[in-house]
Ligand binder design. Structure first.
Ligand SMILES: Cc1cc2nc3c(=O)[nH]c(=O)nc-3n(C[C@H](O)[C@H](O)[C@H](O)COP(=O)(O)OP(=O)(O)OC[C@H]3O[C@@H](n4cnc5c(N)ncnc54)[C@H](O)[C@@H]3O)c2cc1C
Length: 459
C-alpha cells in the first residue's frame, strides 16, 4: 500500500517528494521538546496549490495520514510526524502575491516568514501585527494555523484579528475560498475563524488575505521596572490596564527566568546584573500618538507600587531590554530539555496565578521559571528536565503541569493562550471543554475530513 502510494505521489509531484532519511529526520520533532523518534513515510515540499491538492487527493485515495508543516517552530507538537505519515510542507510557498495600500491588505502564500513579510511591508509604511517571539523563524501559515499570539496582543490582537480570508485545501483535495477582502463581511458561518487555530486538522492553508495596519507613529517609550516580588509586579501590570492604558507590550519575567537569562547572556544592564537588580522585571512599551502620555502614567503607577523604574525613548536601549525577554527560551534550552507551558487567565487573576505557580514549585520541589505576556494574562511557566530513555517527559513534570492547568482553569483561565494543544495537551482538553463541546468539535472535524487523515492524533 505505501509503495503504491509513494509511486502515485512521485508520478504526480516529481522532485517535490522526498524519502531521503536525512530530510525526514528533522520532521519527527518541533520546538516542543517532543520527538516521535520514528521517521515519517515521506515529505512533500509543495510549490503550488496544485501540489497540495494532488498530495491530498492521493493521500485520501490511499488513506495516508498527512501532517501539515510550516517552519516546525511549534511548541505543542502539532507538526510532528511519525511512521506511516506523510509530511506536507508549505514552507516553500513563500511569495507575497499582492499588497493593496488602499485596502490595507496583502495576499500571501503560507510559507512566508513573518519577519520577512514585515520587512517588505515596512517599505510601504504597513505592518502585519501578529508578533510571536518566533517571528524571525515562523511562517504566516503556521501563525494562522496556531492563531499565534506574542508580545503585542493586548493592544493589537492575536492572529485571528489580522486575517480576512483564507484559501484552504480539504483532505479530499477540493479547494475552498473562505472570508473576504472587505473590512466587514458576515455572509454565512465564519469558517475563516474556525480554521484559524485549527492546527492543521481541518484543511491545509494555501493562501491568506491578511489585514495590515499603518506602522505606528510617535516615539516608542520603554520602561524597565524592577520589583522585589512577582506578585507586586503582576499587580502593577493589572493596575496599568485597569487605568485604561494600552501599552503595545507588557512583559513580566520572574526571578528564576532572570537568573537563567543572566547565566546565558552574561548580561548586565548599566553595569548591574539583571538578576541582582530586582527579583522581577516588568517591561512596558508604549507606541502611537499617545505614547509619551501613556508611558508617564504607567511610570507613576509602577513607582506608586514600589517599582524601581527607568523610562527611555532610545530605540537601541528599548531593543536591548526586549532582547532580554527574547533570550528566555534559548537560555532555558541551554540548561536542558524544555517544556514550555502556556496557560492564560483573566488579567486580574495574574497575581493569583503567579502565587499558584510558586505553591506548585514548592509542592514538587521543581523550579518553574516563568515569563508572562502580562498585558493579556498569558503565562509561560517552564519546566527544564532530562528526558527519559524514550525521550519522554518525566511523570513528576506532568503532575506539576496537571496542577498548574487545574489552577488556571479554576481562575477562569485556559490550557493554552497561544501555543495550541497539538499532542502535548490532549489529555486535558475535556477538562476545559466538557464532554459535549468536545464531541461537537470532533463532529465538526469529521465534516471537514471524513476519513480522518489530517493530523490524526492531534487536537
Ligand atoms: C523561541 C520561540 C518563541 C515562540 N514565541 C511564540 C509566541 O510569542 N507566541 C506564539 O503564539 N507562539 C510562539 N512560538 C511558537 C511557534 O513559533 C508558533 O506556534 C508559530 O505560529 C508556528 O509556526 P510554524 O510555521 O513554525 O508552524 P509549525 O510548527 O510548522 O506548525 C504548527 C501547527 O500549524 C500547522 N500548520 C503549519 N502550516 C500549516 C498550513 N499551511 N496549513 C495548515 N496547518 C498548518 C501544523 O500542522 C501544526 O499543527 C514560539 C516558538 C519558539 C521556538
Amino acid at each position: 500500500m505505501s509503495a503504491a502510494a509513494l509511486d502515485a505521489l512521485a508520478a504526480a509531484l516529481g522532485d517535490a517528494l522526498s524519502v531521503d532519511p536525512a530530510e525526514l529526520a528533522p520532521l519527527t520533532a518541533d520546538k516542543s521538546g517532543h520527538d516521535s523518534r520514528s521517521l515519517p513515510l515521506a515529505l512533500v515540499t509543495a510549490r503550488s496549490i496544485e501540489d497540495v491538492q494532488s498530495t491530498l487527493r492521493i493521500a485520501s485515495e490511499f488513506r495516508i495520514p498527512v501532517v501539515p508543516r510550516g517552519a516546525g517552530t511549534g511548541l505543542a507538537g502539532g507538526a510532528i510526524a511519525s511512521a506511516g505519515e506523510l509530511v506536507l510542507s508549505t514552507l516553500a510557498m513563500n511569495r507575497i502575491l499582492e499588497v493593496s495600500v488602499a485596502d490595507e491588505l496583502a495576499v500571501v502564500e503560507p510559507g512566508i516568514i513573518n519577519a520577512d513579510l514585515n520587512t517588505e511591508l515596512a517599505k510601504l509604511g504597513l505592518w502585519f501585527t501578529p508578533d510571536p517571539a518566533s517571528k524571525a523563524i515562523s511562517t504566516v501559515g503556521g501563525n494562522i494555523a496556531t492563531n499565534a499570539g506574542g508580545l503585542l496582543c493586548a493592544k493589537y490582537g492575536v492572529t485571528r484579528e489580522a486575517v480576512l480570508g483564507l484559501k484552504i485545501v480539504l483532505a479530499d483535495g477540493r479547494m475552498l475560498e473562505l472570508g473576504h477582502r472587505s473590512v466587514k463581511g458576515v455572509t454565512g458561518l465564519d469558517l475563516t475563524a474556525l480554521v484559524i487555530g485549527s492546527e492543521g486538522t481541518l484543511g491545509v492553508i494555501v493562501e491568506a488575505t491578511i489585514r495590515l495596519r499603518p506602522l505606528p507613529t510617535g516615539a516608542v517609550a520603554t520602561i524597565a521596572a524592577y520589583f522585589p516580588d512577582v506578585t507586586t509586579a503582576a499587580a502593577a501590570s493589572a493596575a496599568i490596564t485597569t487605568a485604561g492604558l494600552r501599552p503595545a507590550a507588557m512583559e513580566l519575567l520572574d526571578a528564576r527566568a532572570l537568573r537563567s537569562i543572566d547565566r546565558y547572556l552574561g548580561l548586565s544592564v548599566r553595569g548591574v546584573s539583571v538578576a541582582e537588580r530586582g527579583a522581577t522585571l516588568l517591561l512596558v512599551q508604549t507606541d502611537g500618538a499617545a505614547s509619551e502620555a501613556e508611558a508617564a502614567s504607567a511610570l507613576r503607577i509602577i513607582e506608586g507600587l514600589g517599582g524601581d523604574a527607568e523610562l527611555s525613548y532610545d530605540a537601541v536601549a528599548g531593543e536591548e531590554l526586549f532582547a532580554i525577554r527574547r533570550a528566555f527560551h534559548p537560555a532555558l534550552e541551554a540548561e536542558g530539555t524544555v517544556l514550555i507551558e502556556d496557560v492564560a487567565v483573566p488579567r486580574s487573576a495574574l497575581p493569583a496565578m503567579f502565587a499558584a505557580i510558586t505553591e506548585i514549585e514548592e509542592r514538587y520541589g521543581i523550579p518553574i521559571p516563568t515569563v508572562a505576556h502580562a498585558g493579556d494574562g498569558n503565562l509561560h511557566p517552564n519546566f527544564v528536565y532530562t528526558p527519559g530513555p524514550d525521550g519522554e517527559v518525566p511523570e513528576i513534570i506532568w503532575q506539576a503541569a496537571d496542577d498548574m492547568f487545574r489552577a488556571a482553569l479554576a481562575l477562569g483561565g485556559t490550557l493554552s493562550g497561544e501555543h495550541g494543544i497539538g499532542i502535548l495537551k490532549r489529555r486535558w482538553l475535556a477538562d476545559e471543554l466538557g464532554e459535549d463541546q468536545l464531541a461537537l468539535q470532533q463532529q465538526i472535524r469529521a465534516v471537514f475530513d471524513p476519513l480522518g487523515i489530517l493530523n490524526p492524533g492531534k487536537a
